[in-house]
Design a protein around this ligand. Structure first.
Ligand SMILES: [Zn+2]
Length: 306
């Protein structure tokens, strides 16, 4: 039995999943009510408290935690986590494992969601998969040869920070650099451009009939131009068989999903790249981390050889 946690800037979600993929105990509460100083004892008490019976606790053999953070190469030390600053500089895996006497794995939340979506797929068909989550920023996850790929220092697949332009009006990215893909193909971009275009425009309605307001139409077109540029770059480098697209922006009212599919295919001239590619939209929403935890557990077992 795997106990899964997803710690976000606002909410902390928990769920349990067994070997058959049966999900239970789904719960959601405010992060601020759980992640408080001293962090490790409070977090440990919370984790133990959410499992209802001693028997369920005994059967829990792995705790998987997704956090919105950069985690060091040792998959333990939390380097940077602007949305949940109290987690920073903790040896989260090690300390929580000691406090609870359980195996603990800590990983980036986008990677955990990517594993969740991957768990639903026909793995004989899809060994190389890219997931792109368009929200406030642009988060990405990468499966290569059937395994989560995180790079040499857990910073692989940061496609949101692909540089996109070198002339014209420039846009600062949240990371501090200029003109990253995320500075254009994200909810932050939409919001910023809307504010600059008129007080009467609302973010929630940006994708609703953009043809009726040229200001909205222009913003949406620019957003898709950059998204197309970024997706093309990703597909050209990695030649995946599947692109998964999800995130808060994709789920907004009126979001034209077909334009994402067009963005993926329109620039791909090479027929072999095109023929092999499928595009799908993320299915699991805020439960993805639970399925991702099961998938991660399976992958770790495989690596150990049983
Ligand atoms: Zn950036």
């Amino acid at each position: 039995m795997v106990l899964a946690l997803d710690i976000g800037g606002t909410h902390i979600r928990t769920g349990m999943i067994d070997g058959e993929g049966k999900v239970g105990l789904f719960d959601k509460r405010l992060t601020a009510s759980v992640v408080r100083d001293p962090v490790i004892p409070n977090l440990a008490r919370f984790v133990r408290g959410i499992v209802p019976s001693d028997r369920s606790w005994e059967r829990t053999d792995h705790i998987v935690m997704g956090i919105p953070s950069i985690i060091a190469e040792d998959n333990d030390y939390v380097l940077s986590t602007p949305n949940v600053p109290l987690l920073e500089n903790l040896r989260l895996r090690h300390e929580l494992s000691q406090a609870l006497d359980k195996r603990v794995t800590v990983l980036n939340d986008v990677n955990l969601s990517t594993l969740g979506e991957y768990s639903l797929l026909d793995k004989a068909k899809h060994r190389n998969v890219v997931a792109v989550y368009i929200g406030t920023g642009l988060g990405c996850g990468l499966i290569l040869n059937g395994r989560l790929y995180t790079g040499s220092s857990n910073l692989a697949a940061e496609f949101g920070h692909i540089p996109t332009r070198i002339t014209g009006t420039r846009q600062r990215c949240n990371c501090g650099l200029w003109d990253c893909l995320e500075a254009y193909a994200s909810g932050t971009f939409l919001e910023r451009r809307l504010k600059a275009s008129g007080e009467d425009l609302r973010l929630a309605e940006i994708f609703v009939r953009p043809d009726q307001d040229p200001r909205k139409g222009k913003i949406v077109d620019t957003f898709f131009d950059y998204l197309s540029f970024g997706i093309h770059t990703i597909l050209t480098v990695l030649n995946p068989s599947l692109l998964i697209v999800g995130g808060g922006v994709v789920n907004m009212e009126g979001f034209p999903r077909q334009r994402v599919v067009e963005a993926a295919f329109s620039r791909l001239r090479h027929p072999y790249l095109r023929d092999r590619l499928e595009v799908k939209f993320a299915e699991l929403g805020e439960r993805a981390f639970v399925f991702g935890s099961r998938e991660l557990d399976d992958q770790q077992r495989d690596e150990k050889g049983g």
